[in-house]
Design a protein around this ligand. Sequence first.
Ligand SMILES: Nc1ncnc2c1ncn2[C@@H]1O[C@H](COP(=O)(O)OP(=O)(O)OP(=O)(O)O)[C@@H](O)[C@H]1O
Length: 227
Amino acid sequence: MLMVEAEHLVRSFGSTPALRDASVAVAQGEILAVMGPSGSGKSTLLHCLSGIYTPDSGAIRYDGRRLDTLSEAARTTLRRTEFGFVFQFGQLVPELTVADNVALPLLLNKVRRHDAYATAAAWLHRLGLGDLGGRRTGELSGGQAQRAAIARALAIGPRVLFADEPTGSLDSVTGEAVMELLVGLARQEGVAVVLVTHDGRVAAHADRRVVVRDGRVLAASEAEAAR
Ligand SMILES: Nc1ncnc2c1ncn2[C@@H]1O[C@H](COP(=O)(O)OP(=O)(O)OP(=O)(O)O)[C@@H](O)[C@H]1O
């Protein structure tokens, strides 16, 4: 079953075209790697698929329903309840503890405090951070912070996880460990994952690879043949 499907997306910033005719889909439980050169439109595509940006034209469907025509408020609710996000620099709130950070999206979703912290603790335990819930996030290593960011993204039980260079700030050994963890969790939870990366070793973890070039999406094999 397709979780997110984009057809013929066009999106410009002023006179700069970022997406020219981009079509891509990710199925339930599938890990899709999105590769491509700098400035080719990967982040814009990710932002469109996750409802942060609306395209100038084209259509995006989430779970069979149009996403791009929803109101901003409805898209925000959808992002909060159905989508998880992991970025290059975990983007944890530094003033808060690790447990606070993981519980935060649940609290925003009106989960009761006790339950939110119990869920956060369970995820931290699952990611090997069970002892670190009381720490400030600034005290974590890069790999620990990324695992905490993954815990936070998955704590709400998302159906789609959007990851933009999730290992970009990590050394290769730590990055590999974080990827294995992320992929394992995606498999266990049946989450669809859209993973933007420059790194072929990271993309090797995916089920399918596409390349964004000049605002269009090619299958990795097509991109190779066009070289
Ligand atoms: N908010 C914005 N305002 C203006 N131009 C933008 C904006 N976001 C993206 N662009 C432009 O759109 C094009 C595609 O950018 P995008 O960030 O999607 O590429 P990318 O493949 O993610 O690049 P990178 O790998 O460097 O992150 C680029 O020319 C970029 O300069």
